[in-house]
Write a protein that binds this ligand. Sequence first.
Ligand code: KG4
Ligand code: ZN
Length: 337
Amino acid sequence: MNLLAIESSCDECSAAVLEDGDLKSVVISSQLIHSEYGGVVPELASRAHMELIVPVVEESLKKASISKDAIESVAVTYGPGLAGSLIVGISFAKAFASSMGIPVVGVNHMEGHLYSAFLEEEKPEFPFVALVVSGGHSMLIHVRAPFTHELLGQTRDDAAGEAFDKVAKLLGLGYPGGPVIDKLAKEGDPKAFKFPRAFMDGDSFEFSFSGIKTSVLYLLRELNYDPEKPDEKLVRDICASFQAAVIDVLVAKTTNAARKFGVRSIVVAGGVAANRGLRTALQASAETAGARVFFPRPLYCTDNAAMIGIAAHFKYLKTGLVTDLTLKPTPNLALSF
Ligand code: KG4
Ligand code: ZN
């Protein structure tokens, strides 16, 4: 079945074409305008989606060498995300599906991240443990079978990616913070500063990252840090020490979960899964639990429509071809279990 997938929940406008779960094309247009403001501006994001959605979909069809008449179903993110951004993708998907007389299915954005590793040639095996770490979420999930999953724990405050973005902002490094901290951390000393690691005792799968961010803030105040005149060595050391604290927590909890449930596969997804340090540390730690780690390539880790398409494919395997023309944006959509 030829499926058109659409993702517009935040600042990425993306479309993808899949045939029976095989990715034929994906187009991602990132809205660069937000970097000037140090974060996503919802009003600008929805306006940009309106301009981008038609050319992005056309480009995805062209890249897949498929005509729109050959599309048999449409999948679209309906939450969680920004209401104004979600509505653009959903309106387009519903209009496209009803004009073509084909089904439209809503996909939870987090389920997209959860199944993104299946876009790769080498696929994880069920059951697996998934760590989904993005700008909005940090979750550990036990996936027993396709679309049968259980939330083990999530963040009580900031998401992991949010902590990267906030620390980068404190250091004057711009937005998004993850990629730049990742790069600078490689050249810094991870032991230069000791930042807190929360909920590390027992087998809690809850996360908390706001304490690390606050510690960085206090340190910078103490040092009278001026982002206009940064001390490069200090910045590299703070990045390395901050990143080490976040990674220690993510790696320990994910490995504990893999051990507890005896799974052989671990999936890491969401924007923070692109982090080089996390990849290396988790690979080494997972081996001690007899598990293999599956990281989607960075392009599939950050927001994209290919992951929405593969999640829809798994959903269809469970529910059959369903359609929902009453689909509406659901900004606080929770993961269903
Ligand atoms: O999944 P995503 O594209 O969007 C959300 O759904 O939030 O994730 C974006 C987040 C941002 O917070 C960004 O700073 C973070 O992922 N990120 C990274 C890296 N690349 C992106 N964090 C750490 N290291 C990276 N290399
Ligand atoms: Zn995301």
